[in-house]
Design a protein around this ligand. Structure first.
Ligand code: SF4
Length: 238
């Protein structure tokens, strides 16, 4: 019998999942997620980075027509749009929505001035990412995310199931125990398409103006908002 998670008992349930299997617990938690929540109650918010490719493949083995949302800020690299097209061709049953912000880039520039990301990246992320995800999650009880504990110090305490105070629901993170090497071994073994910027020292890929190549060790997200104190777009912080 499936145990229904509530906003309060997330940690207790999270700790019942074993991560000693081939997918480090990811397949079990995905299976649990799609048997606990109906297709209208859960969505995977995907960045289409390397972790996303793994998650999409694992999810489609359990829920081939899963709903996926991509926060299309209008500022992504061409390589990111390319990999989305490739994923759509490889997994034709998936329902991928490209969610756009209410403000176009021109409207944002008219209201807040040009290149808002240079002057106030938090405001820019709020308009182009946080509000669109808020709208998507308004009718949902849970969402899936590709966070890994190893990714950065800000993600080191992520659980399989997390109480999400920001969006007032439950955030499910199947890949918390995966290493960067695990991710790439899986992509190669399954011959999956991936964002070609990963071959050019971009471990973490966000919007074009805010993503630089990063070093090969340490924080894989160091290329994001380089030179500023910002480390997260606001989707995973309160
Ligand atoms: Fe704006 Fe940069 Fe955030 Fe993208 S990552 S929404 S360009 S501040």
């Amino acid at each position: 019998m499936t145990v229904q998670i509530t906003y309060e008992n997330w940690r207790q349930i999270s700790e019942t999942f074993d991560h000693g299997d081939d997918t480090k617990g990811a397949s079990s938690i995905i299976d649990w997620a799609y048997s606990t929540y109906s297709e209208d109650e859960i969505v995977y918010a995907s960045s289409f980075g390397a972790e996303a490719i793994v998650l999409i493949d694992l999810i489609s083995q359990i829920k081939p027509d899963a709903r996926i949302v991509f926060l299309d800020t209008g500022l992504h690299f061409p390589e990111t749009y390319e990999v989305i097209d490739q994923i759509e061709a490889r997994f034709p049953l998936l329902r991928i929505e490209r969610k756009q912000p209410a403000l176009s880039l021109d409207e944002q520039a008219a209201q807040y001035g040009p290149d808002l990301w240079l002057r106030d990246p938090n405001q820019c992320c709020h308009i182009r990412k946080v509000i669109p995800l808020q709208e998507t999650l308004a009718q949902k009880k849970a969402w899936i995310s590709g966070l890994r504990r190893e990714q950065s110090p800000t993600r080191a305490n992520t659980e399989f199931i997390n109480k999400d105070d920001k969006f007032m629901n439950v955030k499910i993170c199947p890949l918390i125990h995966w290493t960067w090497e695990d991710v790439w071994a899986y992509i190669k073994e399954r011959d999956l398409p991936y964002n070609k910027l990963h071959d050019h020292h971009y471990p973490s890929i966000g919007c074009r103006p805010c993503t630089q190549p990063a070093g090969t060790d340490g924080d894989s997200r160091e290329g994001r908002w380089m030179g500023s104190s910002k480390t997260e777009c606001g989707l995973h912080t309160r």
